[in-house]
Design a protein around this ligand. Sequence first.
Ligand SMILES: [Zn+2]
Ligand SMILES: [Zn+2]
Length: 383
Amino acid sequence: MRHADRRNGIQPVMKAVAVNPGTRQVELVEQEAPTITAPTQVKLHMLDVGICGTDREICAFQYGTPPDGHAHLVTGHEALGEVVEVGSGATRVRPGDLVVPMVRRPCPHEHCVACRADRQDFCFTGDFSERGIKSLHGFMTEYVVDDERYMHVVPRALRDVAVLVEPLTIAEKALIQVDQVQQRLPWACGVVPGRPSQGCHRAVVIGAGPVGLLGAMALRARGYDTSVYSREPAPNPKADVVSAIGGHYFSAQDTSLEQLAERVGNIDLVYEATGASSIAFQMMKVLGTNGIFIFTGVPGRKAAIEVDTDVIMRNLVLKNQVVFGTVNAGVEAFETAIRDVALFQERWPAAVRALITGRHPIEAHRDLLVGQALGIKNVLTFA
Ligand SMILES: [Zn+2]
Ligand SMILES: [Zn+2]
């Protein structure tokens, strides 16, 4: 952090990556470093900030809302920071702690029972805000101040991989809901006395980007026989990650959905992680008996396509299927994501490392945010 002379003394300024929807620019800006203004706030020095499709779409001006009174929005929502200062009323975190901040903040409406119950990931009104996305500055900067209730402490041993926690929360929230929904039927896998418990379900993940691969890891960690269906032909680095975690990789270029279904058997769960609606609805046709289909992608608006609604509706009824969409994540999903990243790291250290394509200085932001998407997960580092 540098210091700049200002009218009433010396004010620290810091660099931030920002998008200006008015001038359609993605640029490095300098702004005043934030200070603690409430007892339960904490100040973080950002260490790693991951880049995802959401950031790239914001930097293509598809969405993204600057805070009131600002022309620019500081981007970045997948973060790891180190606590450097805490307010007098902070009890959950201490200086030196590594934390992953949550992204969404509650809406102000009294009648929003979700936000009033700290479940802004289920906000009814849509008036929530999201750091780095909607009405609040994000994390691609040197210092951030926020309330400690949005911070999740991660063990220091996860320093190099904790930037994966936030994108993993998508799968964690989805799988928490799968457990809740499937409780309506006898779904638990049988346990053989004296043997370690093993999964009995078969899952298909559509897409091998970071959300898909992290979802595949979360499914494997729960014992699902997991297949990943993606565009690129194998071998490729994403297929390597899938085999390293004991999953099966299928390319759409040489395997049709019917062939995939034949190879997998009864598809108990589909985890959609591409935002490609056409392939997703085709996949819905091969979802198995008592199957559950989870949408996590957000497709752009394209021309309408034909969907075989008779087959899908017949299957939904006759096979007791459930389809749901899920967005953002609550406290429990963050906590399970931290536990899972530790587990992944223990079981598949090379595969977890392979998810992080590279760490780059803040000056490299432009290529990563507006250039061609390369690799799996790129990270800006402020350490
Ligand atoms: Zn993201
Ligand atoms: Zn709300």
